[in-house]
Design a binder for this molecule. Structure first.
Ligand code: ASP
Length: 477
């Protein structure tokens, strides 16, 4: 991943991100500024934000042509990259999971890994919501917002909030579990329903271990080769990652309502402090207790995935990179990562869960409601359940929040109040979601002896690609 020659990929992505923030802020704060107007541009943010503005699109001046080109090219690069990642996400899960499952010689190992994975995911999600609830109860962010500000945001974002409310559907435990089994595997693949794809791939992988070996070998060899092909595609797509991160971030920061962020600073800070606690206190502790992986090594290995998660606000789109980071840079065996990570991208959303805890208490405070311990426990349960089966895409956490608020009768108008800062918090929580997935993957892999030592990773990364010992051994693992 770019570390064999030249600057390592995570540095390039970080540079793209920082430049994106700087340029984005410049555009954001230059809104209505006279310097832009004197260049013939009335609404500088519109050029980069891609907002369809008649005046902008019809302006015949040369500056306008250049600015239009910049805006369109920026949008093009960001979307191209996200499309590339989405293109890879489903095939990489199918191919690597079939190979992984078919190489497990006994089913008891699979159920053991499955049990651990789901158990740890649910436990960390519950811890995350509890951290969120605790922080919000202590910091009392609702007391920093006046009733006027609350009502003005509620009115300003009402339409967008109504859309989110309409999209929310209360989960039913039976349906949630039943929905993991696809009626038609090809439909699951076509629509990218990750849990169903995982289920179908596992079933095929297991069935391959049960049919005649001569027949199975051909099929496994095919999927094994396809896994390598897809990993190559990931590397190709990642070539534009630093530019795409720049493009995605500029757009978001240019659009960010800085004044709104100011009014909701206390709330936003509580969310960010909670996420930081998960990433820098809870996860390192878990890693220390259950693995031999140092946090420094862990962080360095998964940083490209964290940065991409931040820029794209989608753990599903980042999945191919998360898998590549865990397998190649952290040295986790594919049989564990190809199972644990796709499930994590769907059911494990620690950052989102934490944010829901904070948001629920914050909105309750805004409307002068006191949540009882029983109501807070209901929030923990509802948020954990709501996170299962919801794909990791931008903004989905807010839709799940509707369900959480409904479960304890908190006014849904509160959604509109926090909508203005949702995107930036979405970026932060997605990074935490991805870190949580990788942490659980490292814990499960360590407990199964399926993770390389730092020396083994180092030695492998320094080999030319065709001498990678893992290239041949896959079928025998
Ligand atoms: N965007 C988040 C993710 O993809 C989900 C959310 O909190 O909205 O993980």
């Amino acid at each position: 991943m770019g570390s064999r020659n030249g600057m390592a990929l995570h540095w390039k992505i970080l540079i793209g991100l920082i430049l994106g923030v700087v340029v984005g802020l410049a555009i954001n704060t230059a809104w209505d500024a006279s310097t832009w107007n004197s260049m013939g541009i009335d609404d500088p943010s519109a050029w980069v934000k891609g907002i369809e503005s008649e005046a902008v699109n019809q302006d015949p001046s040369a500056t306008a042509h250049v600015a239009r080109f910049v805006r369109n090219f920026n949008g093009f690069i960001g979307d191209l990259f996200l499309r590339g990642l989405r293109f890879i996400a489903v095939p990489i899960v199918i191919f690597s999971l079939i190979v992984g499952a078919s190489s497990l010689n006994d089913l008891s190992k699979l159920s053991r890994i499955g049990g651990k994975t789901i158990g740890i995911y649910l436990a960390t999600t519950a811890v995350a919501i509890s951290v969120g609830l605790l922080f919000a109860n202590i910091a009392n962010p609702g007391s920093f917002v006046s009733t006027e500000t609350r009502d003005s945001f509620a009115a300003q974002f009402k339409d967008q909030a109504d859309e989110k409310i309409a999209a929310a559907q209360a989960p039913d435990v039976w349906d949630t579990v039943l929905n993991i089994v696809p009626k038609n595997p090809f439909e699951a693949i076509a629509v990218g329903n990750m849990l169903q794809v995982v289920f179908a791939s596992l079933l095929v992988g297991i069935a391959l271990t049960l049919i005649k070996r001569e027949k199975a070998t051909v099929v496994i060899a095919f999927f094994d080769a396809m896994t390598d092909v897809i990993i190559k595609v990931v590397e190709i797509v990642l070539l534009i990652a630093p530019f795409a991160v720049f493009a995605l971030i500029v757009e978001q920061i240019a659009e960010l309502g800085l004044e709104i962020l100011g009014s909701l600073a206390a709330y936003s800070l509580v969310v960010v402090a909670g996420l930081a606690t998960m990433m820098f206190v809870v996860y390192p502790l878990v890693l220390k207790v259950f693995t031999t992986v140092s946090f420094g090594r862990f962080f360095k290995a998964i940083s490209p995935a964290q940065l991409l998660g931040f820029s794209s606000a989608s753990s599903s789109a980042t999945l191919p990179v998360t898998m590549e980071c865990c397998e190649q840079r952290l040295g986790i065996k594919e049989e564990v990562s190809s199972f644990v990570l796709p499930i994590g991208a769907t059911i494990n959303m620690d950052g989102t869960a934490l944010y829901q805890g904070v948001a629920a208490v914050f909105i309750a405070q805004l409307y002068g409601l006191d949540l009882t311990i029983a109501q807070q426990l209901t929030i923990v349960l509802t948020a954990t359940l709501a996170s299962i089966g919801t794909a990791g895409v931008p903004g989905v956490g807010m839709i799940m929040l509707v369900i959480v608020l409904q479960s304890v009768n908190i006014p849904l108008e509160g959604i509109a109040v926090i909508l203005g800062v949702d995107r930036i918090l979405d970026m932060c929580r997605t990074s935490c979601n991805i870190t949580g997935d990788c942490m659980v993957c490292a814990v499960v892999a360590s407990s199964e002896g399926a993770i390389e030592s730092p020396e083994q990773v180092e030695a492998r990364l320094n080999l030319p690609m065709d001498e990678d010992p893992r290239e041949d051994g896959r079928l025998d693992r």
